[in-house]
Design a protein around this ligand. Structure first.
Ligand code: ITT
Length: 200
């Protein structure tokens, strides 16, 4: 029997990355487009783990299928870890990627090049319809640039230089980002978990 899994995110760019990174595993992937009535979840937990678990459980409960949620964001040292779990709405409720990015650059306006360290965090939660849940975490260190560069990816990618690289995530190909990203690291953990399940 082929396992089914619902990707529990409304962010289409995330769906694309998750599909790419999970390619080849013997699992049929569904998205929320297959469950249009699925209720929105309020992301009011204090941690990436808490929000990821909440989103995955809500979708598993609604769909009756194992569900995978991604809660992710950017932590900037000079801002005391902000925007963190508030990354999607840093510039206010309903803010888009461009507004969030502008706000970040403006907050860092007086911060020198050597003090712009940051990291992307991704927590993937896998929830079963009975409520059982596991989480997988990935992070990638880097620094924030002073102006947006590149057109690929999404969110804060145009200002994020992963450590050891002179190009932003938005200047990299999909494969290059996937070789480094917080999301790929967390999803590789999930792949290993699936592999052990299937060998049991
Ligand atoms: P769902 O909750 O439906 O999954 P979302 O976009 O609201 O979609 P989050 O609450 O996890 O997702 O917020 C994550 C934010 O962090 C997202 O809006 C991006 O701005 C940023 N982010 C996460 N991963 C990123 C990546 O790989 N590249 C750039 N920005 C990223």
């Amino acid at each position: 029997m082929v396992m089914e899994l619902v990707i529990a995110t409304r962010n289409r760019k995330k769906v694309g990355e998750i599909r790419r990174i999970l390619e080849g595993i013997p699992v049929t992937l569904h998205t929320l487009d297959d469950f249009p009535g699925c209720p929105e979840v309020e992301e009011d937990e204090a941690t990436f783990e808490g929000n990821a678990i909440k989103k995955a459980r809500a979708v598993a409960g609604y769909s009756g299928k194992p569900s995978l949620a991604d809660d992710s964001g950017l932590e900037v040292d000079a801002l005391g870890g902000a925007p963190g779990v508030f990354s999607a709405r840093y510039a206010g409720e309903g803010a888009d990627d461009r507004k969030n990015l502008e706000k970040l650059l403006s907050e860092l306006r007086d911060v020198g090049k050597e003090k712009r360290e940051a990291r992307f965090i991704c927590v993937i939660a896998l929830a079963l319809p009975d409520g059982k849940v596991d989480t997988f975490r990935g992070s990638v260190a880097g620094r924030i640039g002073t102006e947006p560069r590149g057109e690929s990816g999404f969110g804060y990618d145009p200002v994020f230089y992963p450590e050891g690289h002179e190009r932003t995530f938005a200047e990299m190909s999909a494969d290059e980002k996937d070789a480094l990203s917080h999301r790929a690291i967390a999803l590789r953990e999930l792949r290993r978990y699936f592999a052990t399940l299937m060998n049991d």
